[in-house]
Design a protein around this ligand. Structure first.
Ligand code: EPU
Length: 337
């Protein structure tokens, strides 16, 4: 068993923050898991589960034991008249898995192409893009209970999914490590072309709309708006789109007729945080080594050498301006370790 001390995490978080794990272990298989669990001094440490590091703000020193989940494999486990059931290990790269499903001819995940991170991280914050969320096709999640090392399977319902949120980010936080995810990909699929420019992009490039065509359109749109973490450090959208009452939205529309909003449910509206931040003058603006991205104001970027303090300082400043201008609170999407 190789246990690293003072392990450099700067390449394992997409914001590119300089961080060091006090103790670090790369978990590849069940045997590794058993070895860790048998060692009572390791088992009792504060475990931090690291996937692709794409939704994290790391401090300079990460105390406890950082476990990098790196199990691999995906396969078709079952098929019935209506659907394919595909399982994938938590340590697989999300986009590699999505493209593999499409290659096999399974539809359902095309709108979620190119989202950074691992398969295991996908259910934690119920990743979503272009009108689709992972909860739409996720059948169940198998986790390791970190209290005793046993496996526990959660049905879709038990995951309590909501917008960028789940049981694993709330009540289950710190207790469960996602080990694998089972997806149910329907044979009679329905393409989601309604969001933003998807339909336009598909029609511009292809004569027929297919799952693969949608994936290509999504990839092109993402590449044109979102910074590649390998080039410029970022954690995707830094804030959730805030949800406000219909009254609040109507009040805002009086002062800001071009406000971008979408119905969230019967009584509430989701406001485009990117629009609010843009309107508040933060698009492309910097504060020290960090800033809000010039092509998508919702993405906080590290221009080089930033620390968690720099990130939170900017996040607070932006939130305060949004509160002052619109009377709306912003909530950060990445997890703070
Ligand atoms: N907008 C602006 N200025 C900006 C950015 C956005 O005016 O600088 C406006 C856009 O014109 C658009 C609206 O805001 O009318 C929404 O923008 P966009 O379609 O880019 O989506 P978003 O709400 O900013 C969400 C997700 C993204 C996901 C996209 C596409 C959240 C927090 N973010 O962003 O997810 O890719 O929709 O579906 O829900 C992520 O979570 O990391 C992420 C990238």
């Amino acid at each position: 068993m190789i246990l690293h001390t003072h392990f450099d995490l700067s390449r394992l978080n997409t914001l590119g923050l300089h961080a060091e794990a006090e103790l670090f272990f790369e978990l590849k298989n069940e045997q590794d898991l058993q070895t860790l669990m048998k060692d009572s001094s390791l088992r009792s440490k504060n475990w931090k589960i690291l996937g692709g590091g794409s939704n994290l703000v790391l401090p300079k020193i990460v105390h406890g034991l950082t476990v990098h989940i790196a199990n691999k494999g995906h396969s078709l486990v079952k098929e019935d008249d209506d659907a394919w059931y595909v399982q994938c290990a938590a340590g697989e790269i999300w986009n590699d898995f999505v493209q593999w499903t499409l290659k096999q001819g399974y539809a359902g995940l095309e709108n979620l192409s190119l989202i950074p991170g691992t398969v295991g991280a996908a259910p934690i914050q119920n990743i979503g893009a272009y009108g689709v969320e992972v909860k739409d096709t996720l059948y169940e999640v198998t986790c390791v209970d970190l209290q005793d090392g046993s496996f526990k399977t959660f049905s879709n319902k038990e995951c309590h999914f909501s917008y960028r949120d789940s049981f694993f980010k709330q009540e289950g936080a710190g207790r469960y490590m996602v080990w694998s995810v089972l997806f149910r990909l329907p044979k009679k699929f329905h393409l989601h072309l309604e969001y933003g420019d998807i339909r336009k992009e598909v029609e511009r490039r292809f004569t027929t709309a297919t799952p693969k065509a949608v994936a290509e359109a999504v990839i092109a749109i993402r590449q044109s708006k979102l910074p590649d973490p390998l080039v410029i450090g970022n954690a995707g959208s830094f804030f959730k789109n805030p949800i406000v009452t219909a009254d609040k939205r109507n009040d805002l529309l009086k002062d800001f007729p071009d406000l971008v909003s979408f119905p969230a449910n019967q009584d509430n509206f989701k406001l485009a945080a990117g629009w609010l931040i843009d309107r508040a003058g933060w698009k492309g603006r910097k504060l020290g080594p960090v800033g809000m991205y010039e092509k998508q104001a919702l993405v906080l970027v590290n221009h080089g050498g930033a620390s968690a303090d720099d990130v939170w300082k900017l996040a607070q400043k932006v939130s305060a301006d949004i509160q002052g201008l619109f009377g709306v609170s912003l909530e950060a999407e990445p997890v703070r370790w």
